[in-house]
Design a protein around this ligand. Structure first.
Ligand code: SF4
Length: 686
């Protein structure tokens, strides 16, 4: 098989049995790889009925057909299991080098079942695998674990994924660590590994991925590199990382602040954004395997309480979750919080959200000193954030509560706290606000993994940065309107599923033409001859499989909801009203004539560092179009019910939130329909 190794490694940790199984060409053609293929495997293994922290849960770590080739953004892997955090389909992706090395070691993926009696790690080299004791690794941080395995195996350049202390302690949002800058952060899959006592998977290989049409593939790659080199968003990621547009986000209240209470905290975003980082502590950048963008930050803090050299710089999500969410405007303190989460192995979004939620519970008197171990919880106290992170990872004192994530915390605390526990299906919402982009409310609600910003392309589609006509994402959306969002969200989810199944970085795939660049690259790599219709069907099939998994796990239409805090106007302050001006800027599309396009792109490139000033200047010029604070507040309520109604029609879901059997049959998922509806007719889900 071209593009694939054609082989999956099945590992049973209970009896220690390791087995190679074929990846059939039919499955590759139907599910492609990564996220969709993992969903197929987990559905077949009935992981939806497993205890997420039990030996019966199945974990699938998958690559895709482009992984390990020279395609930009293709060094990633997807990892999936029944989520300890949501109880539904848990999936998360990480960049770096591990995915590529797994393919070089001869496997398209690893499927893990059972549980070991004492800690182990999985060692894979050149097509051979073994389980080895990891007692000496238990308790170690991610970096120490990777170093120790490398030394023990005598392999300087092996690549490792592992869990930290948080995963061992079954913190519900423990992540999978895949390198200094790379983490499969979401849905608590580190806890699923910890419950199985699997500390790490380490790989080394030297095989090359065979390509069906090598020259054609390299020609397409050249074209893609050119597209990325000219793309303004990719340029912004290179220069300023993912936090480069944070000030722009704050101008439209897209940056959650003080547990989603505050509409506009300009001072905070002025200090925390990626441009400020570039002007102060940035000391380098890093890239994943074969990626020319290099969005990862390396920072040096010369002195003070958070001094460190060439440390991992925080990405946007962390800058917001550990910064604005806590009312902390000190980028050095945020860097320290980021590194602590990385070492302990915790998702920064969920960890920061849980701490902000606890702070609000304390401030509003719903909990007291008894629950906090005598600590007076305060906004804007970075040292306290660090202490709480340590305690969460070790489940000590208030950490035992924090380690559960905001849904369970709100169930334990009660007293109306669920109103400001911002999550969907138990996954803490990421750091983009649906009140700024209404479609996000729907995307957070309908993503099978819970509130998620990256398994779809809603944000860039709503901003007007990119369109994907092949997926029905045609552009021209009004950011603060709920009209016309359902088709866009469904289409952008299908696109996200294709990216997750090809296992390509979303930051790379977003600027590309799916029809002219991604599809030809996939076909040149595999020779499988997918059509554009096939690609859309793979996206749709993967989404429906994951939805069916969630249904079988007990989720219904009643779980398609988002906490009211993110759907009602901000409690403190008001948005700037510059939404139209920001939208004009983000949806700017250079003319298509090559020379004009190059000049326009260069001009826009120069605007990136001063984007906030440009928007504010334009806002003054177009003042009549700027909405008043009162008008703006009125527009701050996404109509989730309306969007969901439209979405159910687009997705062909019944009133209980399940796909209709005929829809599943159309997607060649009749067996899934038979499992869901064993009597041939829809029955109420559990
Ligand atoms: S854009 Fe960033 S995250 Fe994506 S592959 Fe490149 S370096 Fe990695």
């Amino acid at each position: 098989m071209f593009g694939y190794c054609g082989k999956l490694l099945y590992v049973n940790l209970t009896d220690g049995k390791l087995e190679d199984r074929e990846l059939s060409e039919a499955d590759a053609k139907k599910y492609m790889g990564g996220s969709a293929l993992a969903a197929r495997i987990l559905f077949d293994m009935k992981a939806y009925a497993a205890d997420p922290l039990g030996p019966d849960n199945t974990i699938a770590l998958m690559t895709g057909p482009l992984t390990g080739t020279l395609m930009p953004g293709s060094g990633r892997f997807e990892i999936a299991a029944r989520s300890p955090l949501t109880g539904g389909f848990g999936v998360s992706s990480a960049g770096g080098f591990f995915g590529a090395e797994l393919k070089r070691a001869g496997y398209d993926g690893v499927v893990i079942t059972g549980a070991a009696e004492s800690p182990v790690y999985l060692w894979i080299k050149d097509g051979a695998a073994e389980l080895l004791p990891a007692d000496g690794l238990w308790g170690k941080t991610g970096a120490d674990t990777m170093r120790a395995i490398s030394e023990e195996r005598g392999e300087k350049n092996c690549r490792t994924v592992c869990i930290g202390p948080a995963g061992e302690n079954l913190v519900k949002y423990a992540c999978v660590i895949a390198g200094s800058h790379n983490f499969a952060g979401r849905t608590g899959l580190g806890a699923a590994l910890g419950a199985k006592k699997l500390k790490a998977i380490s790989v080394k290989g030297k095989a090359q991925v065979e390509l069906a049409e090598k020259q054609e593939f390299m020609d397409i790659r050249e074209k893609i590199l050119k597209t990325l080199a000219e793309d303004v968003t990719a340029k912004s990621y290179s220069a300023y990382g993912t936090a480069g547009t944070m000030q722009l986000g704050m101008l439209v209240s897209d940056v959650p602040t003080k547990n989603w209470r505050v509409a506009d905290w300009e001072e905070g975003s002025d200090k925390l954004n990626g441009i400020s980082v570039a002007e102060t502590i940035l000391s380098g950048t890093k890239s994943c395997y074969a990626c020319p963008i290099g969005c990862k930050r390396v920072v040096t803090i010369p002195d003070g309480p958070y001094a460190r050299e060439n440390a991992v710089g925080p990405e946007y999500e962390t800058v917001a979750s550990m910064g604005t969410m806590q009312l902390v405007d000190d980028i050095e303190a945020v860097t320290a919080a980021n590194e602590l989460c990385n070492e302990l192995g915790m998702d920064t979004i969920s960890a920061g959200s849980s701490i902000a939620f606890l702070r609000e519970c304390y401030e509003s008197g719903l909990i007291g000193d008894e629950e906090t171990g005598g600590r007076a919880l305060k906004w804007g106290d970075p040292k306290q954030t660090l202490e709480l992170l340590e305690m969460a990872a070790r489940r000590e004192g208030p950490g035992a509560l924090l380690a559960e994530g905001v849904l369970r915390m709100s169930e334990i605390i009660g007293k109306g706290s669920e109103e400001f526990a911002v999550h969907s299906k138990g996954l803490e919402a990421p750091m983009h606000d649906p009140r700024a982009y209404h479609g996000l409310a729907l995307a957070y609600t309908t993503s099978p993994r819970g509130a998620c910003h990256i398994t779809h392309a809603d944000l860039v589609a709503e901003m007007g940065v990119y369109t994907y006509p092949e997926f029905g994402v045609t552009g021209g959306y009004d950011t603060i309107s709920s009209k016309g969002k359902a088709e866009m969200v469904a289409g952008s989810e299908n696109l996200g599923m294709v990216a997750g199944s090809a296992v390509m970085c979303m930051f790379v795939i977003w600027p590309l033409s799916i029809k002219r660049e991604v599809l030809p690259a996939l076909n040149a790599a595999t020779g499988l001859g997918w059509s554009m219709t096939d690609l859309v069907a793979i996206g749709e099939r993967g989404w429906h499989l994951q939805r069916a998994f969630c249904n079988m796990a007990g989720m219904t239409a009643a779980d398609d909801k988002l906490s009211s805090r993110a759907l009602k106007p901000h409690l403190e302050g008001a948005p700037t009203g510059l939404d139209k001006v920001v939208a004009t800027m983000t949806s700017f599309s250079p003319p298509s004539l090559p020379f004009v396009k190059t000049v326009a792109n260069a001009a826009v490139g120069r605007i990136i560092p001063v984007q906030k000033n440009v928007v504010k200047g334009l806002g003054r010029l177009l003042f009549t179009k700027k909405l008043s604070a009162a008008e703006m507040k009125k527009k701050e309520s996404p109509d989730l019910e309306y969007m969901l109604r439209e979405y159910y029609t687009v997705r062909e879901l019944d009133r209980e939130g399940r796909a209709r059997p005929r829809k599943l049959a159309e997607l060649q998922l009749s067996d899934v329909a038979e499992t869901m509806f064993p009597d041939g007719a829809p029955r109420p889900t559990a």
